[in-house]
Structures are given as structure tokens and as C-alpha cells.
Ligand binder design. Structure first.
Ligand code: B12
Length: 293
């Protein structure tokens, strides 16, 4: 239990404001100590933090933030105080600012807020992916350093990986290995597709960027892999990857290979049917057609 002074320090809201919100909106419900002082629980602190973040991120009045809070409590979609694209944009901008300023805590807070407001798929596609695009472009244009890009990539992939861990798994479904071949460092597309498969219940062994293909051959048998997801951006690597995929399928006829990313765009006829559409909204359709035909 925390005193009002401690709560004020922890959340950065003056004690007088906490009391005013309490009287006006019953946001927090402290118990009283024997001396009559207010005592708050962790849940009260969470509530106040959430409200404060809403007000700062979306420039909301307290009454508007309270409305959002009540909608969230009731599991009700919010009456749009701001339309959805503007909310995505605000969160994307804020996350970008925190990431390039190397602020671990604040970056994670913006991501937490995003997950508290939207479905996780919306967060991946409308907030984390645009931020990654912005970061990559800024890096290529020399606006941000390698250190800033690494920090941002690291935080974003870490948060996506956490999701991989918590989504429920269906052991009946084929196990997947997901990788970018050696030399390929762009991993956001692979991560999104891996999350898509995890969401379906597949066990995904996520190997990520820059993976030597030679190492995979043994792993397919040892781990009873049913699906390999390969992501490629660099078309110069396409020929060698295509050869590896062909050899791999010959050696393991039961294996399903899914190829994705701009690097496969001009690939040969043998690989073309394995290339998945780049637009995530088409993945569902493609999934039912190819994997379970
Ligand atoms: C972020 C980024 C980086 C980051 C990557 C960080 C990371 N950890 O992933 C960093 C800064 C490291 C980087 C480095 C480089 N980059 Co870069 N980068 C980008 C950027 C801005 C965004 C890529 C991204 O994350 N997109 C978000 C994901 C979700 O989208 P996506 O990759 O397009 O994937 C979609 C689909 O293709 C599909 N998909 C992808 N993979 C798979 C896999 C499967 C199985 C399936 C089903 C679907 C699927 O799903 C996604 C759905 O939206 C793009 C430009 C852009 N605006 O796209 C350039 C871009 C990809 N980079 C490029 C280049 C050239 C480089 C460098 C060579 C730059 C350099 N001068 O050194 C290096 C190469 C690094 C390497 N060896 O791989 C070029 C690639 C051109 C090409 N095709 O060869 C691009 C297009 C920029 C450009 N305009 O020229 N980059």
C-alpha cells in the first residue's frame, strides 16, 4: 500500500490532482489507514499511469481520458475521440522519438500503451512496422546512427518475440522454422509472418536474420520441421537461396516452403508458387489454400 505522497512521486501527478480526480471521477478507491490517511494499491497506480499517458500521448482532457478508461474496462470499442489512423500515427511518432533518444523505459511504455489500446495484430502492422520503416529510412539517409537503429530493432524484435512466447500452441500443427538467409538482415517481414503462424497455433522456431543455410538441413529432421519460412529482401541472394530451397525440398518431400519478401520478386518458375503475397491481409487466404490443400 502506498501513501498519496508516494503515489504522486511514482506517477508524476500532484497529490492535489489525484484527490480532485478521485472526487470527480472515482478513478481510484484508496482505503483509509487507522489515522484516516489514504492508502493506494498497485492497481490504482496502474490506472493513474494509464490515464496520464493517454492525456500526454493524445493531448486529451482528463474527462476524455476517463471515458477511454471506462470503455477499456467495459471491453467496449471507444467512441472515437481521435480517429484510429491519427491514434496510430501519434503512437508511431512518439515511439520513434523515444527509440532514437535511446529511452528503454519510455519506448516500452509507448508499446505497452499501444497494446492496451489495440489488438496485437494492429499494433504490429500499424505501429511497430511503420516505426521500423521510419527507422530504416532515417538510418539509410544518415539521419540516425547505427547505434540508434540497433537499439530500435532490438526493442521491437524483443517485444514481438515476447508475443511468440505467450500465444497458445497447437501441437497438431506442423512445426515451423523461420529464417533470413546469411547476408540478409531485414527481419521485420519474417517476424510478422512468424507471428501470423504463431497466432494460428504453430510452434515457430525463429532463427531470425543472417542464418547460414547449411545449418538448417540437419535441423529439419532433428526437430521434425513441417514448414520453412524464408524471408529475402536482397535479390542478389535469390539464386543461391532458390537452389538451396530446391535441394531441400528434394531431400524432404514432405516439407512446405514459404518464401516471402521483395528479394523473391523475380525468382524462377520453380519457386514462384511458393512465394507468399506481400500484403498481410492476403495471408489468411493463402494459408488455407497452400498449407491445407
Ligand atoms: C528497416 C530497414 C533496414 C534495417 C533493418 C533492421 C531489421 N532488424 O530488420 C537496417 C537499417 C539494418 C537496414 C539495412 C540495410 N538495408 Co534496409 N531497409 C529498411 C526499410 C526502411 C524497412 C524494411 C522493413 O523493416 N520493412 C517492414 C517489413 C514488415 O516489410 P517488408 O520487409 O517489406 O516485408 C513485407 C513483405 O515483403 C512480406 N514478407 C517479408 N518477408 C517475408 C517472409 C515470408 C515467409 C512471408 C510470407 C512474407 C514476407 O511481409 C511484409 C508484410 O508487410 C526498407 C525500405 C522500406 N521502406 O521498406 C529498406 C530496404 C529494405 N533496405 C535496403 C538496403 C539496400 C539495405 C542495405 C544494403 C543498406 C546499405 N546501404 O547498407 C542494408 C542491408 C542489410 C543487410 N545485409 O540485409 C533496400 C533493399 C533493396 C533491395 N531489394 O535490395 C530497401 C528497400 C531500401 C531502399 N529503398 O533501397 N535496412
Amino acid at each position: 500500500m502506498y501513501s498519496i505522497r508516494k503515489v504522486s512521486q511514482l506517477v508524476g501527478i500532484p497529490a492535489v490532482t489525484i484527490r480532485a480526480w478521485e472526487n470527480r471521477y472515482q478513478l481510484t478507491a484508496p482505503v483509509r489507514s487507522t489515522g484516516g490517511h489514504r492508502l493506494y494499491r498497485d492497481a490504482d497506480i496502474e490506472t493513474l499511469r494509464w490515464i496520464k499517458q493517454q492525456m500526454e500521448t493524445f493531448h486529451l482532457k482528463i474527462s476524455e481520458a476517463v471515458t477511454l478508461y471506462r470503455d477499456k474496462q467495459a471491453n467496449k470499442p471507444s467512441e472515437a475521440l481521435l480517429d484510429e489512423p491519427s491514434r496510430f500515427n501519434r503512437l508511431t511518432e512518439q515511439l520513434y522519438t523515444e527509440l532514437i533518444d535511446l529511452n528503454t523505459v519510455q519506448s516500452n511504455e509507448v508499446i505497452d500503451l499501444s497494446f492496451s489500446l489495440f489488438h496485437h495484430e494492429e499494433v504490429f502492422h500499424h505501429i511497430l512496422t511503420p516505426v521500423m520503416r521510419q527507422i530504416g529510412t532515417a538510418w539509410e539517409n544518415g539521419v540516425i546512427s547505427v547505434a540508434q537503429e540497433h537499439f530500435a530493432s532490438q526493442i521491437i524484435t524483443q517485444r514481438c518475440t515476447q508475443f511468440m512466447r505467450i500465444l497458445p500452441m497447437n501441437p497438431q500443427l506442423p512445426r515451423v522454422v523461420a529464417l533470413c538467409p546469411e547476408g540478409e538482415h531485414h527481419q521485420m517481414g519474417l517476424m510478422l509472418f512468424s507471428l501470423f503462424l504463431r497466432n494460428k497455433g504453430h510452434d515457430v522456431i525463429y532463427l531470425g536474420p543472417d542464418t547460414p543455410l547449411n545449418d538448417i538441413t540437419g535441423l529439419i529432421r532433428a526437430k521434425n520441421i513441417g514448414i520453412i519460412a524464408v524471408s529475402l529482401n536482397n535479390p542478389l541472394l535469390a539464386a543461391s537461396v532458390e537452389k538451396w530451397i530446391t535441394d531441400c525440398r528434394q531431400a524432404n518431400p514432405q516439407l512446405t516452403v514459404v518464401a516471402g519478401g521483395a528479394g523473391f520478386q523475380g525468382c524462377g518458375a520453380s519457386l514462384a508458387p511458393l512465394v507468399c503475397p506481400p500484403v498481410p491481409s492476403e495471408w489468411d487466404n493463402w494459408y488455407s489454400l497452400l498449407l491445407y490443400r
